[in-house]
Design a binder for this molecule. Sequence first.
Ligand SMILES: Nc1ncnc2c1ncn2[C@@H]1O[C@H](COP(=O)(O)OP(=O)(O)OP(=O)(O)O)[C@@H](O)[C@H]1O
Ligand SMILES: [Mg+2]
Length: 302
Amino acid sequence: MQNPNSIDDVQAMLSDTGYVCGRALATVVFLSLKLGRPLFLEGEAGVGKTEIAKALAASLGRRLIRLQCYEGLDAASAVYEWNFPAQMIAIRTAEAQGDADREILQKELFGPDYLVERPLLQAMRPDANGAPVLLIDELDRTDEPFEAFLLEALSDFQVTIPELGTITAPEPPIVVLTSNRTREVHDALKRRCLYHWVDYPDFAREVEILHAREPHLAEQLSREIVAFVQALRTEDIFKKPGVAETIDWAKCLLALDVVDLSPEVISDTLGAILKYQDDIAKIQGSEAARLLKEAKASLEPG
Ligand SMILES: Nc1ncnc2c1ncn2[C@@H]1O[C@H](COP(=O)(O)OP(=O)(O)OP(=O)(O)O)[C@@H](O)[C@H]1O
Ligand SMILES: [Mg+2]
């Protein structure tokens, strides 16, 4: 699949995979592909940051390689490791057979058979379908030393394995980094990337997303769902629902054969959109009824 030629192409291509993308996001995606720069996406939880990498890979027909970040992630888990248990077994077997030709054994032990490739190395391997999409997800969960390491890896896309030599990517991967901004990511890394803040979608776009993800949902109900969730996001709550929650909630309502939102239905299913007891306690009951009224009023013409 060819890289898109215009911003409209990006929108069309992503929409074919069910990803609804505004003009601003489509623009940075287009530029990132065109200029070969990593794409750095920040935003609230559940707004479609991770999904964009998946949609890109699917629509370009590329392999998706995901590096999930967590506290304590180090270069070994991100790039490569030697398969220590297998190496031990090979040594023991050779010893038992009495043919422990040390030099040959050593060469084999640190050869491709015992190399465990982790995401960054996998992303540098040639691929018949073209350079893969490398998703470095939730970067804010790692620590600064790893970030510094990553900065270097992203600048030259080569890895040196002392026993094997230097491996260079024939074509740099398409890199998407995401962060939930639980901490600020270093400027040096941001500077290498094109940045976009993924916000909650507006009413029309969220209805569109819901339609793309749950095509069986009746038009009126989907408008009510989105209007209610959008009203809920204006409330002072601890954890605002993302698009993921809107979709989940719609699935629940479909499963319950709900045709129209009522305060009772909302109270019974609030756990699909709010994940903190304090938030649920705050919204349940009269507050939910008030928000629903507000939401329905906003849907009336004129
Ligand atoms: N613009 C969109 N078009 C289509 N689906 C979307 C869109 N935005 C979000 N979604 C849906 O919402 C769900 C959550 O998206 P995703 O996992 O990408 O969120 P995230 O921003 O990575 O959240 P987190 O910070 O929690 O990881 C996905 O399953 C996806 O189907
Ligand atoms: Mg995510």
